[in-house]
Design a protein around this ligand. Structure first.
Ligand code: FE2
Length: 505
């Protein structure tokens, strides 16, 4: 425990060792997108302004506050509580990135109504009709029984991978803003993914499949069409079997709307706060560890937060968790003190979270690239204009997107931690008949994703590094996840056909 949690500031690094020395035939890299919360509010308390933009409430009193349609404020671009304007723009980005499929981690709309899920499905069809598969899972805003039934009807690809035109009675958008879904229905249907399965009691809501040498598992913990939910704890046997059945050393991604440990909300995969059902939390962590799942991905907090999260009983039981930025109207602030500090320290006497990266106020999405055993997550963001709060106009994000962060791993790598400002020289690995170690280099400075404010719990944003040995000789390199820049390192390769580079790479 002291190794992990009693050092004031920790850095995390991972050394990856890929097959080497012989050029191998391998599949082409491919990418998928990840979207989190895409809700938009129906109503807002609105303070009218005069012609100069000054609020009238001071002159007229509280009666001048009106309840108005938020969609009307934004020019009718986000109908039926769906963030259609952001979706429309992000779908364009996904087309440009060339993703093969998109995963949505829930809160598909703000209201759990038939109109909302119909509208969300209509906009999702932009992806199908661009040849991109769509694999959603529900969030707490999509949690009613009638939406559960409609979810299964509108997204049958969660059971067979076939991307279809949605039923005619579900096509729903408004053309008030002349913002139409991209339509090319002749492209349908087509298949994405194989080996679909669901746990008994959550057919088509929780599901797993394989695509491109990777395994995807999405967990729905909300009420089904009969009003009965299948708790995450009851899905662990299914999850374990799915992860165990995949080929060795292949990537697997586990998604749910709720984090295991939030940064704003207290809800987690197994209950209403971090101290609830710690036994199942531990079991979940152990399954992901045992099955080699490198990251658990969630939404709900509308904040990009990457952390190491431990079980309540054993700091060696830990997973990496990424909470995603949303594409919504809400931008939550991180809880200060953190949810971890508020709940885990009083309950267990120690912190269960090592925060690595945080990014606020961004409309965001992720493009993950699978290159054999190597996986890279690229977090893209466009500034919302605020760090925390709510916006009621979605706005044009073109030209505003930046790569916020690049991070990843190799399936046969190993991880270790480095002190802040520490040297890379502790990084070493061996395997496949050779070994590698870093001769020189270290972190130059922290990753600064929030230049205007300190990290809320006093820890600086941190970075990671990975030493990669691709199959082709002469292309060894080191990655850092600092805005896609490489760290200044020198590498040593003691033998084999790979030559050391005599300086920074
Ligand atoms: Fe949520």
């Amino acid at each position: 425990m002291s190794y992990l949690f009693h050092q004031p500031l920790l850095r995390w690094a991972m050394v990856g060792l890929l097959s080497m020395l012989a050029t191998q035939t391998r599949a082409q890299p491919w990418s998928f997108g990840i979207l989190a919360d895409t809700q938009w509010p129906r109503y807002a308390w609105y303070v009218p302004a005069d012609s100069l933009g000054s609020p009238l409430v001071a002159a007229l009193g509280g009666d001048s506050i009106e309840i108005v349609s938020v969609d009307s404020i934004g020019g009718w671009r986000n109908p039926h509580t769906v963030a259609a304007d952001f979706l429309h723009q992000i779908h364009d980005r996904f087309r440009q990135h060339g993703v093969k499929l998109v995963v949505a981690t829930g809160d598909l709309a703000d209201e759990s109504t038939l109109d909302a899920i119909h509208s969300r499905a209509t906009w999702a069809q932009e992806l199908y009709e661009s040849g991109i598969g769509f694999f959603p899972v529900r969030g707490n805003h999509d949690a009613t029984a009638d939406v559960a039934a409609e979810f299964v009807r509108l997204f049958p690809q969660t059971q067979d991978g076939i991307q279809r035109a949605i039923p005619a009675d579900a096509v729903l958008w408004t053309d008030s803003a002349q913002l139409h879904p991209y339509r090319n229905p002749q492209a349908l249907p087509f298949a994405v993914g194989t080996g679909f399965s669901s746990p008994e009691g959550a057919l088509g809501r929780s599901y797993a499949f394989q695509y491109g040498g990777a395994t995807f598992a999405l967990i729905d913990i909300f009420p089904g069409p009969d009003g009965v939910s299948l708790p995450a704890a009851a899905q662990l046997t299914w999850l374990d079997s799915v992860l165990a059945a995949r080929p060795a050393n292949t990537p697997a991604f586990v998604f749910c709307h709720y984090p295991l440990l939030g940064i704003n909300h207290t809800e987690q995969l197994f209950g209403s706060s971090p101290v609830y059902d710690t036994a199942s939390q531990g079991a979940f962590i152990r399954i992901l560890q045992k099955r080699g799942v490198k990251v658990y991905v969630a939404g709900h907090d509308h904040i990009l937060q990457h952390s190491l999260v431990s079980s309540a009983t054993n700091p060696a039981e830990r997973i990496e968790q990424i909470i995603l930025s949303g594409a919504s109207f809400k931008f939550y602030p991180p809880s200060v003190p953190s949810v971890d500090e508020l709940y885990n320290i009083p309950a267990f006497g120690w912190s269960r979270e090592v925060p690595l990266v945080q990014d606020l106020g961004q409309v965001g999405y992720v493009v993950a690239t699978v290159d054999g055993q190597k996986v890279v997550f690229e977090s893209w963001g466009a500034p919302s204009g605020i760090l925390a709060g709510e916006i009621f106009k979605s706005g044009d994000l073109s030209g505003k997107w930046t790569l916020r962060r690049r991070w990843g791993w190799s399936e046969n790598g190993k991880g270790m931690r480095i002190e802040p400002g520490g040297s890379y020289q502790v990084l070493s690995d061996s395997g496949a008949g050779t070994s590698a170690r870093i001769l020189w280099g270290g972190w130059q400075r922290s990753v600064a994703t929030r230049p205007a404010e300190p990290f809320p719990n006093g820890s600086p944003p941190t970075g990671r590094a990975m030493l990669i040995w691709p199959a082709q000789p002469g292309r060894c390199g080191a990655w850092s996840w600092k805005r896609a820049r490489r760290p200044p390192v020198r590498l040593s390769f003691p033998y084999g056909s790979i030559r050391a580079r005599p300086g920074p790479i």
